[in-house]
Design a protein around this ligand. Structure first.
Ligand code: NDP
Length: 446
């Protein structure tokens, strides 16, 4: 088996040199899915995984725009249309200086499996730019978004490819992108998700990824006869996913001890309650300040500059910042301190070595493609509401989100439950693969 996997990976690697994040995501899938494929006659010999790792289409384009000093800036824009076997391409846009082909291809590949797990008819894609919205004025962000959409609009559409937000792309950016699309196409359509509620957005979409990861962790705990009440939780990041994961943890009776950003982490031994979270939301979303400001208002809390929160003792860890933010040293710290459950809010936040160690120690571990699927699931519900030209209430959307997270958990159990351990990585990868592979087989070699 090892030889078959190695051979497959070496073939993929040859075509994707210098794309370490993409290869990391493909390796994780290959290691769990190939042993399954070889036992199933319908998949074996069809080169399905080899087809899946090849994007259906990749678009790369120049984004020129003028800054507030009237200087011309040039960024690079991308859209990876990875797989449309079960529905139109769907996946976020990321604006961050680290964005490159490798990162977007890993995200697009993960998205294919994640979207399949939601049970909604969505293919996988991802896009973005190396543009950094941090430190830019609103008008600079608007000019950039308009220039970006002036090319992207040719490649997307409500039945073709429906982007959403991701790191650096929140409600403000989605608004500017949508405005430019509408102007260029002269049509009001559900071409983006994460829209404002008064112009086609869904209630609960901003909350969905954070709430969803906590619902998923709750399912894992319940499966072990446990629950979130009184658990101590360490969260990284302080953006969209981290904020709403914190809110849901607090709602469900857990104590959140940390949040972070790229400058370091804050530790609040009393727990970050609703009032403190409101302050963080104001700090990060409205004022666009650093997380370190928190300790100026709450003096009992500590700020640890340039550090990650994984050395803090906790029952549950929820990484919600970015890829590869939790390495094997961090995993050792968490295990040493008694952490029993890890649920990924971010995409691929744990390194491969960290995951191997966590699984070896039989710690409950949910990969992002399962546990953070709530965001894209509610994006799917936003698309459904746009088609119906109707809006569901908060309760209805939240109820559907909970149900979807519970269904994803069941799919993971179906394919990932071994004798004395539930391997959620294996479960999520095989469940996602089966859905997409069956559709690809039915549609022929295209
Ligand atoms: P935001 O831009 O709202 O927040 C990102 C947070 O992560 C910020 O606190 C940011 O700090 C921190 N961060 C980013 N890069 C780094 C880094 N290199 N080192 C340390 N901290 C960093 O993004 P989201 O909350 O939307 O996304 C977070 C993660 O969740 C990403 O992996 C994303 O792909 C994933 N995700 C998001 C979904 C969504 O619906 N939004 C859906 C599914 C997954 P700073 O402010 O200093 O940059």
């Amino acid at each position: 088996m090892e030889k078959i996997i190695k051979q497959f990976l070496s073939e993929v690697n040859k075509k994707n040199q210098n794309e370490p994040e993409f290869m990391q995501a493909v390796t994780e899938v290959a290691e769990t899915v190939i042993p399954y494929i070889v036992t199933k006659d319908i998949y074996y010999g069809q080169n399905i995984l080899l087809r899946m790792v090849e994007p259906e289409r990749v678009v790369s384009f120049r984004v020129a725009w003028i800054d507030d000093n009237e200087e011309i800036q040039v960024n690079r824009g991308f859209r990876i249309e990875m797989n449309s076997a079960i529905g139109p391409y769907k996946g976020g846009l990321r604006f961050h200086p680290s964005v490159n082909m490798s990162i977007l291809k890993f995200l697009a590949f993960e998205q294919v499996f994640k979207n399949a797990l939601t049970t909604l008819p969505m293919g996988g894609g991802k896009g973005g730019s190396d543009f950094d919205p941090k430190g830019k004025s609103d008008t600079e962000v608007m000019r950039f978004c308009q220039s970006f959409m002036t090319e992207l609009f040719r490649h997307i559409g409500p039945n073709k490819d429906i982007p959403a937000g991701d790191i650096g792309v929140g409600g403000r950016e989605i608004g500017y992108l949508f405005g430019q699309y509408k102007r260029l196409k002269n049509e009001f359509s559900g071409v983006l998700t994460g829209k404002g509620v008064s112009w086609g957005g869904s209630l609960i979409r901003p909350e969905a990824t954070g709430y969803g990861v906590v619902y998923f962790i709750d399912e894992m705990l319940k499966n072990n006869g446990d629950g979130l009440k009184n658990k101590s939780v360490v969260i990284s990041g302080s953006g969209n996913v981290a904020q709403y994961a914190t809110e849901k943890c607090v709602d469900m009776g857990a104590k959140v001890l940390t949040l972070s950003d790229s400058s370091g982490y804050i530790y609040d031994g009393d727990g970050i309650n609703k009032e403190k979270l409101e302050y963080i939301m104001e700090l990060k979303n409205d004022k666009r300040e650093r997380i370190s400001e928190y300790v100026k208002k709450y003096s009992k809390a500590e700020f640890h500059s340039d550090k990650k929160p994984w050395s803090v003792k906790c029952d549950i860890a929820i990484p919600c910042a970015t890829e590869n933010e939790l390495n094997v040293t961090d995993a050792k710290e968490l295990l040493k301190n008694g952490c029993k459950t890890i649920g990924e809010g971010a995409n691929m936040p744990c390194t491969s070595d960290a995951i191997k160690l966590i699984i070896k120690n039989k710690i409950q571990y949910a990969p992002g493609k399962a546990s953070n699927a709530g965001g894209v699931a509610v994006s799917g519900l936003e698309m459904a509401q746009n088609s119906l030209k109707y809006t569901w209430s908060r309760e209805v959307v939240d109820g559907k989100l909970k149900e979807i997270m519970s269904d994803i958990h069941s799919s993971c159990l179906k394919y990932g439950a071994d004798k004395d351990y539930i391997n959620y990585v294996k479960g999520a990868n095989i469940a996602g693969f089966v859905k997409v592979a069956d559709a690809m087989l039915a549609q022929g070699v295209v």
